[in-house]
Design a protein around this ligand. Structure first.
Ligand code: NAD
Length: 519
C-alpha cells in the first residue's frame, strides 16, 4: 500500500509537472520486494504524449542492480516453487480483486504515460485482468496426465513443473495487459519473474507489481528492472533466466528470439502486424463501417491488432464516403479529456514516422482521401497528435502497405473477388489478425479455411481471443512454439516431468537383472 501511495504521488506530481518543470520523480527498481532508487548514471525521460512534458525518469539499471534482481528471483524460486498450488491460487484470487479495486488508478497512469483515452486504458487493464482471472484456475490448468497399468504393476504420470526464473520484456502500447499476460501466469505455475517494462511507460507495471505484493506474492517472486538494449541483452544472456516472453516490434523480437535461444532459453516472441479487414458487398453496412472505423483509428492505431488495412471486395468500395464521414467525426484530444476518441501517438518520433509513411503513400501513387497529419489540438499544441487518415488505391508494393504504420492511418485496397483478397493477405508477411465482414456463412467459411492468419474475426474487427484460448498470431508476427496465455501459456511456463514407476508386491523375490530393452 505504501508503494502504491508513492507511485500515485509520483503520478500526481507528473501531472503537476506541467507547471513545475524541474524535478521529475524517478521510477524505482523492484528488487526482492523493495522499491529502490537506481544508482544508474543514465536515465530516460518519460513524456506525457499529449503535452511532451516529462512525467518521470526511468533508469538504465546497472549490471549489479539487474544481477541483484535475478539473484532475488533465483532465491525466491527455491521456496515459491515448493508452495502448494492452493497457496498460489489464493494469491491470484486476491490479486484479481486488487486489480479491480485499482482499475481507475491504473488507467490514469496509462493515460498519463501512454496517451490513450481513459476508457481505452480501462480496457487495457480489463483484458489483462481476464488473464489473471483465468490464472485463478491454476488448480486445473496445471494438472498433468496419468495412466495406470502401462505395463504390469507399472504406472506413468506427468507433472507440469516450473522452469525457474522467467523474464518479460514488454512494449509501450498495452502497459497493463501485456505484463499481465506474463508474470501472473509465470508465478501461478511456481516460477519467479524479472520484468523489464517498456522504458516509455513503466508506470502501470510498477503499480501492478506493488498490487502483486499486497496480494501475497512473496518478496523476490516478481522483480522489475529498467532500461533499453543493455537490459535486454542482460536478460538474453543471463544463465539463471530460463525463459523470455517478449512482445514488441519485429526488430527487437527477432533479435531477442535469436539471442535468447542461442543461450538455451525458451523464447516466445509476439511481433508486428498488418491486419486486413475484408469487406464483402453483402455485409451489414452500418455495423461493418462502425467496426472498421473503430478498429482502424481507435487507440490512434497503436494496437498490434488494429485493422490497419481494408480490402473492399467488388461494390463494397462504394461505402468509402460513408466510412470517411465516420472517421471525420472522431474526436482527437488528450486521453483524459471527456469525449476523446483518439489520443496522441507515443512520441514526436512516432508521429514523424507515421507522417513520413503517409507521404510515401502519396509519392508512390495512393489517393489521400483523409489527411490527419496537420492535426492541432487546442491546449495541447505540443502533443503528438495525428488525426484519422486514409490512403486509397494502395497496392502491395507500396511502402505504406509493406510497413506496419502503427498510427491512425487506414491503408485501403480494392479486390475484384474474395479469392484475390485472400491471395493478397496470404502474400503479406504478417499473420497476426484479420477479419471478414459478410452475411454469407459459406463466404465466411471459405475465408477462415483459406486465409493463413493466426487470429480471424468473422464480423469481429479485433479478434483477440479470451484467455481460455491463446493469442495465436502466426508467420511474421510470431516466433516460438508456444503462445501467450490459455493452455499454451501454462505450457510455456512449465516443463513436463514424466515419471514411470513400478511397484511390485513380489519385488523382494526378483533378483535377476533384465538386460533387454523394456517394452
Ligand atoms: P519495441 O520493440 O520498440 O519495444 C519493445 C521492448 O523491446 C521494449 O521493452 C524495448 O526496451 C525493447 N527494445 C526496443 N528496441 C530494441 C532493440 N533494438 N533491441 C532490443 N530490445 C529492444 O516495441 P514498441 O514500439 O514498444 O511496441 C510496438 C510494437 O509492438 C508494434 O510493432 C506492435 O505491433 C508490437 N506489438 C505486438 C503485439 C503482439 O501481440 N503481436 C502486441 C503489442 C504490440
Amino acid at each position: 500500500a505504501g508503494l502504491l501511495r508513492v507511485v500515485s504521488r509520483g503520478l500526481n506530481q507528473g501531472v503537476a509537472r506541467r507547471f513545475y518543470a524541474s524535478s521529475a520523480p524517478t521510477t524505482k527498481l523492484l528488487i526482492n520486494g523493495e522499491f529502490v532508487e537506481s544508482k544508474a548514471s543514465e536515465w530516460i525521460d518519460v513524456h506525457n504524449p499529449a503535452t511532451n512534458e516529462v512525467v518521470t525518469r526511468v533508469p538504465k539499471a546497472t549490471q549489479g542492480e539487474m544481477q541483484a534482481a535475478v539473484d532475488a528471483a533465483s532465491e525466491a524460486f527455491k521456496s515459491w516453487s515448493q508452495t502448494t498450488v492452493l497457496t498460489r491460487q489464493q494469491c491470484l484470487l486476491k490479486y484479481q480483486e486488487l486489480i479491480k479495486l485499482n482499475i481507475d488508478k491504473l488507467a490514469e497512469s496509462i493515460t498519463l504515460e501512454q496517451g490513450k483515452t481513459l476508457e481505452d486504458a480501462r480496457g487495457d487493464v480489463m483484458r489483462g485482468l481476464q488473464v489473471v482471472e483465468h490464472g485463478c484456475s491454476i488448480t486445473s490448468l496445471q494438472l498433468g496426465e496419468t495412466m495406470s497399468g502401462i505395463a504390469k504393476d507399472m504406472d506413468t504420470m506427468t507433472y507440469k513443473v516450473p522452469l525457474g526464473v522467467t523474464a518479460g520484456i514488454t512494449p509501450f502500447n498495452f502497459p497493463a495487459m501485456i505484463p499481465l499476460w506474463m508474470f501472473p501466469i509465470a508465478l501461478a505455475c511456481g516460477n519467479t519473474s524479472v520484468m523489464k517494462p517498456s522504458e516509455r511507460d513503466p508506470g502501470a507495471t510498477m503499480l501492478l507489481v506493488d498490487l502483486a505484493h499486497q496480494a501475497g506474492f512473496p518478496a523476490g517472486t516478481v522483480n522489475v528492472i529498467h532500461g533499453a538494449h543493455d537490459a535486454v541483452n542482460f536478460i538474453c544472456d543471463n544463465p539463471e533466466i530460463k525463459a523470455i516472453s517478449f512482445v514488441g516490434s519485429d526488430q527487437a523480437g527477432q533479435y531477442i528470439y535469436e539471442r535468447g535461444s542461442k543461450s538455451g532459453k525458451r523464447v516466445q516472441s509476439n511481433m508486428g502486424a498488418k491486419n486486413h479487414g475484408v469487406i464483402m458487398p453483402d455485409a451489414n453496412k452500418e455495423a461493418t463501417l462502425n467496426a472498421l472505423a473503430g478498429a482502424a483509428f481507435g487507440a490512434a492505431g497503436q494496437r498490434c491488432m488494429a485493422l490497419s488495412t481494408v480490402v473492399w471486395v467488388g461494390e463494397s468500395k462504394e461505402w468509402i464516403p460513408e466510412l470517411l464521414e465516420r472517421a471525420k467525426k472522431l474526436k482527437v484530444n488528450a486521453g483524459h479529456e471527456a469525449g476523446t476518441d483518439l489520443g496522441p501517438l507515443i512520441s514526436p518520433e512516432a508521429k514523424k514516422r507515421v507522417c513520413d509513411l503517409v507521404q510515401s503513400g502519396v509519392d508512390e501513387g495512393a489517393e489521400l482521401l483523409l489527411d490527419g497529419r496537420s492535426c492541432v489540438v487546442p491546449n495541447y499544441e505540443n502533443g503528438n497528435f495525428v488525426g484519422p487518415t486514409m490512403l486509397h488505391k494502395c497496392t502491395a508494393d507500396m511502402t505504406c502497405y509493406q510497413e506496419e504504420i502503427f498510427g491512425p492511418v487506414l491503408v485501403s485496397l480494392e479486390a475484384d473477388t474474395l479469392d484475390s483478397a485472400i491471395e493478397t493477405i496470404n502474400a503479406n508477411r504478417y499473420g497476426n489478425g484479420t477479419a471478414i465482414f459478410t452475411t454469407n456463412g459459406a463466404t465466411a467459411r471459405k475465408f477462415t479455411n483459406e486465409v493463413d492468419v493466426g487470429q480471424i474475426g468473422v464480423n469481429v474487427p479485433i479478434p483477440v481471443p479470451l484467455p481460455m484460448f491463446s493469442f495465436t498470431g502466426s508467420r511474421g508476427s510470431f516466433r516460438g512454439d508456444t503462445h501467450f496465455y490459455g493452455k499454451q501459456g501454462i505450457n510455456f511456463y512449465t516443463q513436463t516431468k514424466t515419471v514411470t514407476q513400478l511397484w511390485r508386491e513380489e519385488d523382494a523375490k526378483d533378483s535377476k537383472a533384465t538386460v533387454a530393452m523394456p517394452v
